[in-house]
Each structure stands twice: as C-alpha cells, then as structure tokens.
Design a protein around this ligand. Structure first.
Ligand SMILES: *[C@@H]1O[C@H](CO)[C@@H](O)[C@H](O)[C@H]1NC(C)=O
Ligand SMILES: *[C@@H]1O[C@H](CO)[C@@H](O)[C@H](O)[C@H]1NC(C)=O
Ligand SMILES: *[C@@H]1O[C@H](CO)[C@@H](O)[C@H](O)[C@H]1NC(C)=O
Ligand SMILES: *[C@@H]1O[C@H](CO)[C@@H](O)[C@H](O)[C@H]1NC(C)=O
Ligand SMILES: *[C@@H]1O[C@H](CO)[C@@H](O)[C@H](O)[C@H]1NC(C)=O
Ligand SMILES: *[C@@H]1O[C@H](CO)[C@@H](O)[C@H](O)[C@H]1NC(C)=O
Ligand SMILES: *[C@@H]1O[C@H](CO)[C@@H](O)[C@H](O)[C@H]1NC(C)=O
Ligand SMILES: *[C@@H]1O[C@H](CO)[C@@H](O)[C@H](O)[C@H]1NC(C)=O
Ligand SMILES: *[C@@H]1O[C@H](CO)[C@@H](O)[C@H](O)[C@H]1NC(C)=O
Ligand SMILES: *[C@@H]1O[C@H](CO)[C@@H](O)[C@H](O)[C@H]1NC(C)=O
Ligand SMILES: *[C@@H]1O[C@H](CO)[C@@H](O)[C@H](O)[C@H]1NC(C)=O
Length: 574
C-alpha cells in the first residue's frame, strides 16, 4: 500500500505524465455525409468530433482522440437532433494514427492469394508497374460535379454522349489524390440499358492516376456475384496475355452513394505505352482496332467485326470496327492495316508444316490469339470473338511488325450468358456457340500445329488454373473481400433508366427501349443467340439473385450459372 504521504506526490507525477504525453492519435474515416450530419469517433464511450478539410475533400474525416483501452467506433451525428448512427461493432485499439478507414467496414486490408502464373507474359508485352489495382484493398472515389448535368447524363439516350467535368478524389489506405477537370461520361453500349450505370473517366492531359489517364468504372450490374470480371481479368494475366487489369472501388457522386464498382484501364493512350513499353513516353504505337460486333449501319450492310476480308476498304468503316487509337503521327480513320491483315487471313496457308507456321507468325502473334481463344471457351465468354465477333482489340505492333490480339470486356463470362449453357459447357469445344463461324479461328484451326497448340492450351489451362482446386481459394477470398460492400451496394437506389429491366418485365418490349437498342445494334441479332436465354437474361436483371447463390450456383436462371458451378462443370471435361 502506498503511504498517505507519497500518494499526492504519486498522483501529481501521474498528472504531469499524462499532460506531457497526451497519447492522442489521429483517427481517419471515409464516409459520405450531407451537411445535416457530422462524423465523430467514440473512444471508450467518449465522443470526439472529426472534421474534413473543405479545400481537399468532404469525405475524409479526421481528428485527434486518445488511444483506446477497450476500443473505438465511428459514428454519424445528426446536427439538429443529435441522433447518432454508430458502427455496430467495436474496432480494436490502435496506438498509431489510423489508416484511412471506411465507415461501417470491419476491415481495412485483407490477405488475398493470387492465381498462379501459368504462362509468363508474351515477349511483346512490357507492362508498366502501377499501383492502380491493389490486392486486398478497396479504395474510394468521390466525384464532385454539377448535379443537374449529371441527372441529364443519367437520363440521356444512347444517341447522345454528354460529358461532365468533375473534381475527382481518390483515397487509399494512406493516400488522398485530387484531380481537377476529370471528365465523366457514360460507358458502354448495352451497359447503358442497366439500372446501375458504368462511367468513363478522363483525366487532364498531364494527369495520371497510377500511370493511367483514362479509366472505366464498371457497374458489374449483370453479375449478381460481382466477381466475374475480377476473375476473368486475373486469368488473362496468368495466361501471359495483356488486357486491362481489374480491382474494386467504392464510388460516390456528390451527395450520393453510387456503390461498389470495378475499375479498369481504358485502351487509350498512354495504355499502349504502358502495356508494350513500360510507359516509355517516346514509344511509337501502331493502330489499335476494336471489334464491336456491329452497329446499325454495319448491320444494314451485313457487316460484323469477324475479320472477314472485303475487297473494298469502305466496308471496314461501317461501324463494326473502330480505330481506338491511331498510329503515332498517322491519320485517325485508316483501315488499311486492318484490311491488309484480313486479306492475309483470307489467303493464309492452311497446310501443316513449319512454313505455314512461320508465315502466320510473321504477321500475327499467334499465341496471343490461341491463348485468348482457349480462355473464351474455358471461361465461357458469351460476348467474345467466337460467340459474337465482339469485344477484342487488334494491335498493330510496329516493333515486331505483327498484329497482337487483346481480349476485353469480361462481364459475360463464367456462365452469365445469352447462349445455351449446355452448348457452352458440353466439354466439346465444337459445340461452343459460334465455333466454326469466325474466319481467323477457322483458318488457324486448319493448321494442325495451331490446332494442337489450342487443344494443348485447353488441357494445360484446365489442369493448372481453370479448375475448382486452384480457383476456389481465390474465389472465396474475393467473395469475402467484397461481401460487406455488396450488401451496401445492393440496397442503394440506382440512377439509370433500366431499359433491360423494362424489357424483362413487359409482355412485349416497350418501343422506346427497342428503339434505343436498335439504333445501336440494328435489327439483326447473332444467328446462334438463343432467344429463350436472352429473354431469361432480361428477366433476371430485375430479380435479386442472392450474392452467395450467384457465386455458388445453381441460380435457377438459364442465363446464369454460379461462378463455381461454371468452373466445376467446364473442367469436368472427359
Ligand atoms: C443527402 O441528402 C439527399 C437528399 O435528402 C439524399 O438523397 C441522400 O441520400 C443523402 N446522402 C447521404 C449520404 O446521406
Ligand atoms: C460503454 O457503454 C456501454 C453501453 O452504454 C457499456 O456497456 C460499456 O461497459 C461501456 N464501456 C466502457 C469501456 O465504459
Ligand atoms: C435530423 O434530425 C432532424 C430533427 O429530428 C430531422 O428532422 C431530420 O430528418 C434528420 N436528418 C436526417 C438526414 O436524418
Ligand atoms: C445537441 O447537442 C448539442 C451539444 O451538446 C446541444 O447544444 C444541443 O442542445 C443538442 N440538441 C438537441 C436537440 O438535443
Ligand atoms: C452497417 O452495415 C450493415 C450491413 O453490413 C447495416 O445493416 C447497418 O445498418 C450499417 N450501419 C450503419 C450505422 O450504417
Ligand atoms: C428523361 O428524358 C425524357 C426524354 O428523353 C424526358 O421525357 C424525361 O422528363 C427526362 N427525365 C428526367 C428526370 O430528366
Ligand atoms: C502507401 O502504402 C503503399 C504500400 O501499402 C506504399 O507503397 C506507398 O509508398 C505508401 N504511400 C505513402 C504516401 O505513404
Ligand atoms: C464498299 O463498301 C461500302 C460500305 O459498306 C458500300 O457502300 C459500297 O457500295 C461498297 N462498294 C462496292 C464497289 O462494293
Ligand atoms: C464434338 O462435337 C462435334 C459437333 O457436334 C461432333 O462432331 C464430335 O464428334 C464431338 N466430339 C466428341 C469427342 O464428342
Ligand atoms: C502443356 O504442358 C506440357 C507439359 O508441361 C508441355 O509440354 C506443353 O508444351 C504445354 N502445351 C502448351 C500449349 O502450353
Ligand atoms: C453442371 O452442373 C449442374 C449442377 O450445378 C449439373 O446438374 C449439370 O449436369 C452439370 N452439367 C455438366 C455438363 O457438367
């Protein structure tokens, strides 16, 4: 026992000690508030106010408070009523400044294992190092823009393409970056017919976010599992191909929570330099052509982007292809290199033997294509080259003087489809929708060396990556990573017009929706598309397939298998 004489002295020292060492740390939390509310942190049941820096961003709330002995929670306080919304869990005490935490998320970073590298990147690929796609984290993006203009954009038809300037703030665990004059526009074609919209973001000419200037925020709205694009881009990378990479972000627009999105890179400069020359500013790129299936104009001419040869260069410019990026210093609308390449395909040797293989390799990075085709089948691209002559790029690589195949847009994969699943996962690639109808694949499959390579790829990729034993671990970890955000996202109000949902619920499709769709695509659908599955697809857009059911399957919809169900079925190839 401390004697009465010593006690005051002891207490005195204690007071001095706490004054000299206030033991206060900084708490940081991301959360969107209206000016009706403020943010605070409650440390061991005592509330301390947090504030934001008006000149920086309104979504990051910061303040000093003591180190907790039991724990802490963030809370939102209604300024007029003092009613609080407290996080329903206790955060463990920390003794250093917090990272940028997120309101009502129980974690900041998770450990997620990556897929194995099955093939090293093809020789032509030299991808820049970038922090854009952070494993195990979900950064936040806040767009501040004129709300009236944004409302107009959200209500626009596919014929218009409004653009709105914004200030974009990007926040990771330890960084806050701001970009003025970040241009927002709606992204995609069919994705505009969904209730949740996807966006393009273009930064100012000199601005870069993790080395990229143009990005897409993907709504993931056709995928109730939310993980298809992540997995598909991951497998593309593990197969030694180049495309965008993928990760998740939380997105806010002004005072509204837009939800959980995917972020990908747009295939426009500096993407080519970043992918083929480690970001070299002096890189001289060739043409980048995009296959877009068809437009109303090309449909009228009977042209799709299947890489058939036309003896008439104007036939390439009907809209089925797009010059995504022009060659350095060259004119924009030039289809000559593409025409020459399709002429090569048309006349290329189909006999087996070294000479044939050499002739092909002189013009084309054949591995970039065969690997991509193997993935179309294994991952079930319902909107790729085989099924729809859609969603790919051909890059004229000037350094190697060959074309390079780039797969893109991987939302309709792993059994999310407009085609009959039984044809897609029969285990026999000959039954795959569209197989045997695309000139480039047909020609190459006639060369026995390429056919062997393709079949070898199917086998090796199945053994080494596209099977439940390898994939389910990451599938489970990604599912866990986004679980709380999916719960948040799925109850948020949407800003889009939901043309797809209108079609799915109406007896006959409303004319305004059909007009919008036909103005984009023309009135011919691919001959092998299954109308029953297509109708089922429209119907399920409005139906809430639960997250875990969408991951595991079966879902009860013909147009949607579970992700794991797909992997299981497609890899039980005899
Ligand atoms: C802010 O207020 C608007 C209008 O009342 C509301 O729609 C919105 O959801 C609120 N945002 C937040 C983050 O509370
Ligand atoms: C905080 O308050 C709760 C409920 O009012 C109480 O159960 C808990 O014991 C308090 N904790 C501390 C550390 O005072
Ligand atoms: C804040 O409290 C006031 C007074 O009770 C109430 O009228 C208002 O709706 C509350 N605001 C929000 C956004 O909940
Ligand atoms: C809310 O709290 C503040 C500060 O403690 C106080 O001044 C105010 O009267 C409270 N308002 C209500 C409606 O309780
Ligand atoms: C926190 O998130 C859960 C769902 O994950 C939700 O039920 C709850 O209402 C949220 N609480 C607050 C205070 O936002
Ligand atoms: C959306 O656009 C349609 C016509 O395109 C118009 O009739 C409607 O009023 C608009 N709605 C809003 C909320 O702007
Ligand atoms: C933030 O953390 C990452 C790794 O987690 C690190 O590479 C980066 O340098 C950090 N940035 C700052 C500003 O501390
Ligand atoms: C060439 O193609 C264009 C566009 O498809 C078409 O309008 C034109 O009639 C074609 N010309 C010839 C000579 O076939
Ligand atoms: C695969 O399907 C094609 C076309 O239906 C058929 O001709 C072929 O015999 C099938 N191959 C096997 C191994 O079943
Ligand atoms: C598949 O794997 C085998 C054994 O490792 C290898 O010999 C073969 O070259 C591979 N084939 C392809 C197309 O990668
Ligand atoms: C696919 O999986 C389902 C169960 O989810 C099963 O009923 C069906 O027979 C499987 N099909 C194939 C081709 O493996």
């Amino acid at each position: 026992m401390i004697s009465a004489k010593v006690l005051p002295l002891f207490l005195g020292l204690f007071v001095v000690a706490t004054q000299a060492q206030p033991n206060k740390i900084e708490y940081n939390v991301i959360g969107l508030l209206n000016d009706t509310h403020t943010m605070a942190v409650m440390v061991d049941n005592v509330t301390y106010p947090l504030s934001f820096d008006q000149d920086r961003t309104q979504i990051l709330h910061t303040g000093k408070a003591p180190v907790a002995s039991h724990g802490y929670q963030y809370l939102k306080i209604n300024k007029t009523s003092n009613v609080t919304e407290v996080e329903p869990f206790l955060r463990q005490p920390i003794d250093k400044d917090s990272v940028n935490e997120f309101f009502n998320r129980t974690w900041n970073k998770q450990s997620v294992s990556e897929f194995p590298i099955v093939y090293e990147p093809l020789k032509a690929i030299h991808r820049v190092k970038s922090d854009l796609h952070r494993e195990g984290e979900i950064p936040t993006i806040h767009l501040v823009a004129n709300q009236v203009d944004m409302d107009k954009m959200h209500n626009s038809s596919s014929l218009e393409d409004p653009k709105v300037m914004s200030k974009m703030t990007y926040i990771t665990l330890n960084e806050t970056l701001s970009f003025n004059e970040a241009e927002i526009s709606l992204s995609g074609r069919s994705s505009r017919w969904m209730p949740k919209l996807s966006y393009n973001i273009k930064l100012k000419k000199k601005d870069r976010l993790a080395k990229f200037r143009r990005l897409k925020l993907r709504a993931l709205d056709t995928d109730p599992s939310y993980i298809r694009e992540q997995l598909a881009y991951d497998v593309v990378k593990s197969t030694g191909l180049i495309s965008s990479e993928f990760s998740f972000v939380r997105v806010f627009l002004n005072n509204q929570e837009l939800g959980l999105f995917g972020i990908i890179e747009t295939f426009k400069n500096p993407w080519l330099a970043n992918s083929f020359a480690k970001g070299d500013k002096k890189y001289k790129n060739g043409y980048l052509y995009q296959g877009k299936f068809q437009t109303a104009a090309s449909s009228a001419m009977g042209h799709i982007s299947d890489l058939s040869y036309h003896d008439n260069i104007t036939a390439y410019a009907d809209g089925q292809y797009k010059v995504k990026v022009e060659a350095d210093g060259e004119e924009k609308e030039n289809y000559k290199p593409l025409m020459e390449f399709t002429k090569f395909i048309d006349t290329a040797p189909t006999t087996s033997g070294e000479d044939s293989v050499k002739a092909w390799k002189k013009k084309f990075d054949t591995d970039s294509f065969l690997r991509s085709m193997a993935l179309e089948f294994l991952l079930g691209y319902a909107d790729g080259y085989t099924t729809m002559a859609d969603n790919y790029y051909l890059y004229q690589n000037l350094e190697t003087d060959t074309f390079f195949y780039i797969p893109s847009d991987m939302d309709l994969t792993f059994g999310s489809t407009m085609f009959k699943l039984d044809d897609m996962w029969s285990g026999n690639y000959s039954t795959y929708p569209g197989m045997g109808t695309r000139p480039l694949m047909n020609k190459m499959m006639q060369v026995s060396e390429f056919k062997q390579t393709y079949e070898g790829l199917l086998l090796n990729l199945t053994q080494q990556i596209v099977n439940p034993k390898v994939m389910n671990r990451r599938i489970d970890q990604i599912t866990q990573l986004i679980e709380q955000d999916v719960a948040w996202d799925s109850q948020l109000p949407r800003v889009g017009k939901d043309i797809m949902g209108e079609m799915g619920s109406a007896e006959s499709a409303p004319t305004s929706s059909m007009e919008d769709i036909m103005s984009q695509l023309g009135n011919t659908l691919p001959p092998n598309m299954d109308m029953n599955v297509m109708a089922d697809f429209a119907k399920r857009i409005g139906a809430n397939v639960p997250f875990q059911v969408a991951v595991d399957g079966p879902t009860g919809f013909q147009s949607l298998s579970g992700v794991k169900e797909w992997v299981q079925n497609q890899t039980s190839i005899p």
